[in-house]
Design a binder for this molecule. Structure first.
Ligand SMILES: Nc1ncnc2c1ncn2[C@@H]1O[C@H](COP(=O)(O)OP(=O)(O)OP(=O)(O)O)[C@@H](O)[C@H]1O
Ligand SMILES: [Mg+2]
Length: 415
């Protein structure tokens, strides 16, 4: 049996989502399980309470297992939080005269680029080749088989702070799971939604989460920048709560039900009854609610733009299209507001290129979770997911097994 099973775990500020996917022999990803529960113990994308986070992870995983009829043991985990950092580095490999460039030469150049000193206590998550040069010739994507004496590579290094990462790992392991791979959340969100046409362009993916905003910049399908801002759509609800003097939960509810990012999109006839002291009788007209919402969204867009432009220069030049993911993108008018703020074509990113339970994961809130499955699919890593629902195996070390060990173990699970 050549199908492969994978599991992804997105530990967000408001929700934990577990997904199970099956990669068919033709490479198509079937989503066969999904479970989402409210988060506990997470703030701004970081674990603040280990036990509660582990509990939420367990619940989400159990729910996904029940739908899929498999037992999840290993997961690809999304790493959020504002400690995500991007740096660029380069490496060099000399090629013996008369020989063509082999994969081992590419690895040597990339290894050298990895030797870049990371700031403070950062831990490396991704090393993504951006561009190769052969004897000074620029713009090469795949140098294998080419002739030259000097191979150079520019790479993107994505890292995160070791402390928060260790806490996330601990929570996942306390839920009885093994970390198969770690993926920066903005990277996962992009992998979850980008179309083949967008992989030929330069695209900015903004994941408008509750506590964070993920920034993923993809140049012709390759990750070229990843960052996370410590602010998200929960601040919008916070503003509504403060200004209307109502509890946060009530503000969250009316935002989802009546909110819009642009006053002209709100129904001028609609007046919201809010039970707050000190507000004129008759309630809040919906356009007024939008006027409370808009400034915070603009601020988030402005800061995201600034963070990207520090690396790339003006977005109008660097970016061809903006794709919005995350629950914040569900607010009506958010795409139009983003279009105005960035001066770019904008679309809402819903997980694509999946089959099976595609409708269940077809929300921008599921971009990162589905992207984790695509990451696993692309890196050729099948996770330990069992078809039977017998007792769980004993815990294993987090280090990935050697490839052959994994393949053997995988087949043992089937026969
Ligand atoms: N229908 C909706 N309309 C408006 N806002 C919505 C809607 N659904 C969800 N949201 C908002 O989206 C946010 C949750 O988004 P999401 O599920 O992507 O966040 P998360 O992954 O839990 O957080 P983070 O990625 O920041 O860790 C909340 O602030 C919520 O208010
Ligand atoms: Mg999220």
């Amino acid at each position: 049996m050549s199908e492969r099973l994978l599991a992804g775990l997105d530990v967000g500020t408001t929700k934990v989502t577990a997904v199970v996917g099956e990669v068919a022999p033709d490479g198509i990803l079937d989503v066969i399980g999904e479970g989402t529960v409210a988060s506990e113990g997470i703030r701004r994308g970081a674990v603040v309470n280990l036990e509660r986070t582990a509990e939420a992870i367990k619940k989400a995983v159990r729910a996904a297992e029940r739908v899929a009829g498999v037992e999840i043991r290993e997961v690809h985990v999304g790493v959020g939080g504002p400690q995500i950092e991007s740096a660029t580095s380069n490496g060099l490999a000399a090629i013996r005269r008369g020989q063509t460039i082999r994969p081992a030469d590419v690895e040597r150049a990339v290894e050298q680029a990895k030797a870049y000193p990371l700031e403070g206590d950062q831990e490396l998550l991704h090393v993504e080749p951006l561009e190769f040069r052969v004897d000074g010739q620029e713009g090469i994507h795949d140098p294998v088989g080419m002739t030259g004496v000097r191979l150079e590579v520019d790479v993107l290094l994505v890292s995160t702070a070791a402390g928060p990462l260790a806490n996330l790992r601990r929570a996942v392991e306390a839920a009885g799971l093994t970390v198969r791979g770690l993926v920066a959340q903005p990277y996962a969100s992009g992998l979850g939604v980008l179309t083949p046409e967008e992989e030929e362009m330069n695209v900015l993916v903004l994941d408008l989460g509750a506590g964070t905003t993920g920034i993923g910049y993809f140049k012709e399908g390759r990750l070229a920048f990843a960052g996370v801002l410590p602010l998200g759509a929960e601040l919008v609800s916070g503003d509504i709560a403060k200004l209307l003097k109502i509890p946060f939960e009530e503000a969250e509810r009316i935002k989802k039900k009546y909110g819009a990012a642009l006053p002209e999109l709100a129904d001028p006839e609609l007046v919201l009854e809010v039970s707050q002291a000190g507000h004129p009788a008759g309630g809040i007209p919906a356009p007024e609610l939008a006027r409370i919402i808009r400034p915070r969204l603009r601020e988030i867009f402005m800061l995201a733009r600034k963070a990207l432009e520090e690396r790339t220069g003006p977005v109008e030049v660097a970016v061809g299209k903006l794709v919005l993911t995350g629950g914040g993108a569900l607010l009506p008018g958010t795409e139009e507001l983003a279009r105005r703020e960035f001066g770019l074509p904008v679309r809402m990113g819903r997980p694509a290129r999946v089959e099976g339970l595609a409708d269940i994961v077809a929300s921008p809130t599921h971009a990162a979770a589905v992207g984790l499955l695509h990451f696993g699919r692309l890196s050729g890593e099948g996770a330990r997911v069992r078809r039977s629902s017998k007792a769980r195996p004993p815990e294993r070390a987090a280090e990935p097994a050697a490839l052959w060990e994994r393949i053997k173990a995988f087949f043992k699970d089937f026969f």
